[in-house]
Design a protein around this ligand. Structure first.
Ligand SMILES: Nc1ncnc2c1ncn2[C@@H]1O[C@H](COP(=O)(O)OP(=O)(O)O)[C@@H](O)[C@H]1O
Ligand SMILES: [Mg+2]
Length: 465
């Protein structure tokens, strides 16, 4: 209810075209068979009528006038010869001018027309309910017109018609089957570029909005591709505008937030009441949190921006990235009494060092935030199954399997998570990983507890320097 009617589904193009082709093809074959039938009938009659006229002529020669009476002088051997036919039965009849039967079978129907002698005619009739072909010959004997009729059943003629029909139907059928098969494959071949187009669109990441190439696309489909490309370019502009807006807004917020923080710190140094001091502490803390959110938003916008296959790629050693993180994160681990360990091997990939460092920072931030004091966090880099791996493992509370997809959503935090955060950390990790075609796996630690986040980057083997 309320939905506009959807246009009728036309099914596959291949079915549509085959349907369009097979209708006319069947009509064509039917009319060609009909034409063949009439030609065959003509040929059969033409051939056998001449043969049927011969005995009529022979009998006509045997009609004599005996005084006023007419009689036929047929030797019995000739009558027997007439009756012998391998397939058909043959009848004859001689009729006087008054319609009296002079000789032969008396039931051959009269001809539709009466012609002057010495003419003859052929016609179809029925004898005892059986269809027959009749040759009628008019002869003048002593100024009287005598009609000689020879008739035969239609077995030979029908057999010949059937044979001719069959001989023309078989090639027609073969041609029809060949045409349908060829067009079925031909249509498949012509639709192949469409399938390639579909594959190209299917295999794209949602961030990849560059134009689809028109090369190899059939002319008829190009307008669709062009329209699609225009849509892609408008979409790209809209998304870029939005990202710019977020980046600008975040950037604009940074300065006033820094000012707020400074002023709160300055105010705290002034002599003031304990209540005021605690309020100022809260302001400073919330300002920190807001600054963190703004920085995360900026990072996200930066990770998204210009995301393309080759944007911001340079060879980098994950070992070095992790080593740099040591100085930054060890103090925080010490403060929380967490044993922060590093197991690093050289392993190379292509990427922007700033972004990969950001990715690691978010993983470390989570590990240190959610692992209780006294726990352990380990950073590892190595090669695994031909991939370059960056891995952070902790022995904290772990992430339930049911939440392992949702935690990558923006602003999503597992309900009940106490520590401060804005829910953007893993979204940033996913964004950066996707940008470099890396895969992020969330699992528990080797002993079944805690969290192990593993990022599998594309390897870069030749850079072992
Ligand atoms: N190492 C971890 N151990 C336990 N829970 C984690 C860990 N990392 C992430 N999480 C859970 O996933 C949620 C999303 O993480 P994240 O996107 O970094 O947002 P934030 O840390 O700001 O809450 C967190 O709120 C937390 O519940
Ligand atoms: Mg986080």
């Amino acid at each position: 209810m309320g939905l506009p009617p959807t246009p009728r589904d036309r099914g596959s193009l291949r079915q549509l075209l085959t349907r369009w082709l097979s209708g006319p093809l069947i009509a064509l074959i039917a009319s060609s068979l009909l034409a063949s039938y009439f030609i065959a009938l003509y040929v059969a009659n033409d051939a056998y009528d001449a043969a049927l006229l011969d005995p009529a002529l022979a009998i006509a020669n045997r009609v004599r006038g005996n005084g006023g009476r007419l009689e036929v002088d047929l030797p019995s051997i000739a009558i027997d010869a007439l009756r012998v036919d391998t397939k058909d039965r043959i009848f004859y009849q001689v009729q006087g001018p008054d319609g009296s039967i002079i000789a032969g079978n008396a039931r051959i129907p009269p001809p539709p027309a009466r012609l002057p002698p010495p003419q003859h005619l052929f016609y179809n009739a029925e004898l005892q309910g059986e269809p027959i072909r009749v040759a009628g010959k008019f002869v003048a004997i002593q100024a009287q017109t005598v009609l000689v009729q020879v008739a035969e059943t239609l077995v030979k003629r029908n057999t010949l018609v059937k044979e001719i029909l069959l001989a023309s139907a078989l090639p027609a059928l073969a041609i029809a089957i060949a045409a349908l098969t060829l067009s079925w494959y031909g249509i498949g071949r012509s639709l192949a570029p469409l399938e390639r187009l579909r594959d190209e669109i299917d295999s794209r990441s949602p961030r990849d909005l560059h134009a689809i190439t028109e090369a190899g696309i059939p002319m008829e489909v190009r307008p669709v591709v062009r329209a699609l490309n225009q849509l892609l370019s408008r979409l790209k502009a809209a998304i870029e505008g939005e990202q710019r807006f977020i980046a600008n807004a975040a950037h604009q917020l940074r300065t006033p937030l820094a000012g707020l923080k400074t002023h709160a710190e300055l105010a705290r140094r002034e002599p003031t009441s304990p209540q005021m001091r605690s309020l100022l502490d809260m302001i400073a803390e919330e300002t920190d949190r807001t600054s963190h959110l703004v920085n995360q938003l900026l990072t996200l916008a930066r990770a998204e921006r210009g995301a393309g296959p080759d944007a911001g790629r340079q060879p980098l050693n994950l070992h070095e990235i992790a080593t740099r993180a040591v100085q930054e994160w060890v103090p925080r681990a010490l403060a929380k009494n967490i044993d922060l360990g590093f197991e690093l091997e050289d392993t190379w990939t292509l990427g922007d060092p700033l972004l990969v460092r950001e990715l690691l920072a978010n993983l470390l931030d989570n590990a240190l935030a959610y692992t209780p004091s006294g726990g352990a966090v380990t950073v590892r880099t190595h090669e695994l199954d031909g991939r370059s791996v960056l891995e952070v493992q902790d022995n904290g509370p772990g992430i339930p399997a049911a939440e392992r997809t949702r935690v990558f959503e923006r602003f999503y935090r597992i309900p009940g998570t106490a520590t401060q955060g804005c829910g953007l950390g893993l979204a940033i990790v996913a964004e950066i990983a996707e940008r470099y075609g890396a895969k992020v796996e969330l699992a528990e630690g080797a002993d079944g507890s805690g969290t192990c986040t593993r990022v599998l980057f594309e390897p870069l083997a030749q850079h072992a320097s």
